[in-house]
Design a protein around this ligand. Structure first.
Ligand code: GLY
Length: 299
């Protein structure tokens, strides 16, 4: 019988995910949610579960995070990530890192060990080195697909495969994390929503925790993750809060995005106004569920 305080939900990005990538997206989300769930069921913490799930997604080249991140107009990878702990409101974030295999782990180390909340670029990579994190050559992050998208800009589908995870452990603690290579063909130095607290992720045990994906330049304008947590904290069920937050984004900015959420009672929810959003989740009954097409996202 599962520990019914626990819940986990992951996403693999929201956008026009092409048919030929649907199976890999959904399979990747399933694997990540299952990996995090095992940790939770063994009595592990929400942050360990979230980190394990996102590390797995960062290593899968179908997602725009870690290996598989999109290239900037200069043909290099610049990755962003964030972690937030709903018990303490502590957070760690990083932006513009080029060689860190798991940016989500760097964000966690920043939260736990740095005297600041966010480190970027070379300073962040130096900190990663001091923490003993794995660094990889720039070529490791590229895939034939990301190089082809760069070379044939505009002729291959533009995707948004940012990854994220929200977890709730046996103590009821909530954690959220998000990791991305950012938008396809972005300008060097561009930072999207992901490392901005309240935009790419937010967590507060008193309300909810959430992770966003999609058009980061619009997401940040409505602070999407904080918005959905506030709606849930005000009493809306998780799924309804997700739907309302996405409606606000669309109405106020015309943007497209997706959001996943677990509220303080452990209810999961999601919503997106993109063609697809890959996701997988497990909550009180211990059943793994997954999808990518638009659906009523509620439990
Ligand atoms: N949502 C990912 C980005 O825009 O960077």
């Amino acid at each position: 019988m599962p520990n019914n305080n626990c819940a986990i939900i992951v996403h693999g990005g929201a956008g026009d995910i092409p048919d030929q990538q649907v199976a890999d997206h959904v399979d990747g989300c399933r694997l990540a949610a299952a990996a995090g769930w095992r940790i939770l069921q063994d009595g592990g913490s929400a942050i360990d579960a979230m980190e394990a799930a996102i590390q797995m997604l960062e290593d899968l080249p179908v997602f725009d995070a870690g290996r598989g991140s999109y290239l900037t107009t200069d043909g290099i990878v610049e990755m962003d990530a964030i972690v937030m702990d709903g018990a303490t409101l502590q957070m760690g974030a990083t932006a513009g890192v080029q060689h860190v295999r798991h940016p989500i782990t760097l964000a966690r180390r920043i939260m736990e060990r740095a005297p600041h909340n966010m480190l970027i670029s070379a300073g962040a990579e130096n900190f990663a080195r001091e923490c003993g994190l794995e660094l990889c050559a720039a070529e490791w992050f590229e895939t034939p697909y990301t190089r082809a998208v760069w070379q044939e800009y505009g002729r291959l589908p533009m995707l948004t495969g940012t990854v994220g995870c929200v977890a709730r452990d046996a103590t009821g603690a909530l954690v959220a994390g998000t990791s991305t290579g950012g938008s396809d063909h972005k300008l060097p130095g561009r930072v999207g929503d992901v490392p901005l607290v309240g935009s790419g992720a937010y967590a507060d045990n008193r309300s909810a925790a959430a992770s966003a994906t999609g058009d980061g330049d619009k997401i940040m304008r409505v602070v999407l993750s904080k918005t959905v947590c506030d709606l849930a904290g005000g009493g809306l069920p998780a799924a309804a809060a997700a739907k309302a937050a996405i409606a606000t984004l669309a109405e106020r900015t015309g943007g497209t995005a997706g959001i996943i959420i677990i509220d303080r009672s452990g209810r999961t929810g999601f919503a997106h106004n993109t063609r697809r959003m890959s996701r997988a989740w497990i909550d009180a009954d211990g059943t793994l569920q997954a999808g990518i097409e638009p659906a009523a996202g509620s439990t």
